[in-house]
Design a protein around this ligand. Structure first.
Ligand code: SIN
Length: 520
């Protein structure tokens, strides 16, 4: 396939970017690759909302900037924080124009705002407890109105096409090899501009709020293409995921539940957050997650409780219908019953280093959303700043790529001559089951040694054990036909490796990064 622009990933970042470009230049062709169906992305699972300053009587850009910098623990890029916060309002209005609906205050047209940890004001714009789903549905509706966008569902990124494949020296990205999940065939898609919006890799851990497809495909491919990445040790664990899993998936309990009055308690009914932070249950997310993990470790109880009795039955039903429905699946009926919760891997604050227009250090390759590292989140993302970042950076990246695509690019014949993917062997059933086992082994390793609490010794042990998994994965990769399972495992191993190495290089605790050996 050939296209002007290839977008890999169909969450808020990829879709917003494509809508912008396709609308501004109808002459360009775009292809969007979606790993499952268009709806299934990390965005779909975002409950809380978008942090945007809207109530200018009480709130201000300065306050939102300050909250973001404080949560980010001194590691944010202040210039980026400022423009993201200031441009958010316009981007939100655009989303509303495209059809997304957000909750309004009763008796008014003004937006209903809720609060989450680390925010000094109520500023989270939301659609009940399914903001991501609402956004995703409206973007999909909009995207289908463009005849210059082709959608390729059930396809997964294998590798980015670079000079390594073409034997040239333009130092650019030329598209990607992708695998069709169903036929397991590799397709070459050449493109003048390639956009990664592939999300994070929560599946590296045993408990994650991310869907099954969050295996770090963009990060793994970028690593192999030698694209600069940073901040990978800053994996944010969400404090409250429902315990136990439902059908093998960990369900998120939005921080907005605490924003509306939910209180964390031990199984004996004692509140504990005030012992850890003056803002108690609304302390920054890293502190709440670590506090819960500590209570669980010390008590040996498998979870703590989120007491929602301060929220009325009607308010809970109105604002958190999806949470209620999922709790009921395990026999819990909030707000009457307290919700059993544990922390779970939630968000990668680090990723592919990009400039203020979302372009990586490899020309022609943009990264937007969770797979990128823009400097907004620093060492700990402020709640609901991620959808905001996606909107602002999709807009900037779209304008920048439109400029780039009319500039000087390799000749057309060059794209025609890009080689096809090589490799034909068959894979045996035995190998397929060992891939599944290795994924589980990797998740266990990362959870125990590279999770919320780390030690230097644990990181060394993790590196050694990872090497065995890497060697086995490499053998399977080299000796067999490529399958989706191998691609995912290969990416997970690459991201785990980078995370461990970058964690070893960090010599100070910061934000979500916590090594017991550095505690003074
Ligand atoms: C939540 O609803 O608690 C998640 C929001 C976020 O991660 O930004």
């Amino acid at each position: 396939m050939k296209t002007n622009i290839l977008v890999i990933g169909s969450g808020i970042s990829g879709l917003t970017y494509a809508i912008k470009v396709a609308g501004l230049n109808p002459q360009l062709n775009l292809v969007i690759i979606s790993k499952n169906n268009l709806l299934e992305s990390n965005t779909k699972y975002a409950q809380g909302g978008i942090a945007v300053v809207s109530n200018f009587q009480k709130d201000s850009f300065d306050k939102h900037v300050q909250d973001t910098l404080t949560a980010g623990a001194g590691a944010c890029d202040e210039a980026v924080v400022r423009f993201v916060v200031e441009e958010g309002h316009e981007r939100l209005n655009e989303l509303i124009e495209w059809g997304a609906q957000f909750d309004t205050k009763s008796n008014s047209n003004g937006l209903h705002l809720t609060r989450e940890g680390g925010h000094s004001e109520k500023r989270i714009v939301h659609h009940k407890d399914k903001t991501g789903l609402e956004i995703q549905k409206s973007l999909i509706k909009k995207i289908k109105t463009f005849s210059n966008i082709s959608l390729l569902e059930n396809h997964t990124l294998v590798d980015l096409i670079t000079d390594h494949h073409t034997g040239t020296d333009y130092k650019r990205c030329y598209g990607a090899y992708v695998i069709s999940n169903l036929k397991q065939e590799i397709i070459k898609i050449s493109a003048q501009i390639t956009v990664l919006s592939t999300g994070g890799a929560g599946q590296l851990f045993s408990h994650t709020t991310n869907p099954k497809n969050a295996t770090g495909d963009g990060l793994g491919a970028a690593y192999r293409a030698k694209v600069f990445m940073e901040g990978l040790p800053f994996v944010q664990f969400h404090p409250t995921a429902l315990y136990p899993k439902i059908n093998g998936n960990t369900f998120l309990i939005s921080e907005a539940v605490r924003g509306e009055g939910g209180i964390l308690k031990t199984l004996s009914g004692d509140e504990f957050m005030l012992e850890y932070h003056e803002k108690a249950d609304l302390a920054p997310r890293d502190i709440v997650a670590r506090s819960i993990a500590e209570v669980v470790n010390e008590s040996q109880d498998p979870y703590v409780l989120l007491d929602c009795s301060a929220i009325s039955e009607d308010d809970f039903q109105n604002q958190f219908p999806t949470i209620k429905e999922n709790c009921q699946k395990i026999g819990i009926n909030p707000p009457e019953d307290a919700i059993p919760v544990i922390p779970a891997a939630h968000y990668f604050c680090g990723g592919i280093r990009v400039n203020q227009q979302g372009e990586s250090q490899l020309k022609g390759l943009y990264a937007i959303g969770e797979c990128s590292h823009t400097g907004l989140h620093g060492a700990n993302r402020l709640a609901s700043n991620s959808l905001l970042e996606s909107l602002v950076f999709s807009h900037r990246a779209a304008l920048d790529s439109l400029k780039q695509i009319t500039g000087s690019l390799p000749p057309k014949e060059f794209y025609d001559a890009i080689p096809d993917w090589e490799g034909e062997q068959q894979i045996s059933d035995l190998k397929i089951s060992s891939i599944g086992k290795m994924k589980k082994q990797l998740q266990k390793l990362m959870t125990s040694k590279v999770g919320i609490f780390k030690t230097s010794q644990g990181l060394t042990e993790a590196e050694l054990e990872l090497k065995n998994i890497f060697l086995e994965t490499r053998d399977i990769y080299q000796q067999n036909k490529l399958t989706l399972g191998i691609c995912e495992l290969r990416n997970m191993v690459s991201v785990a490796y980078l995370m461990i190495k970058q964690s070893q290089d960090l010599k100070k605790n910061k934000g979500v990064f916590y090594n017991h050996d550095y505690v003074e």
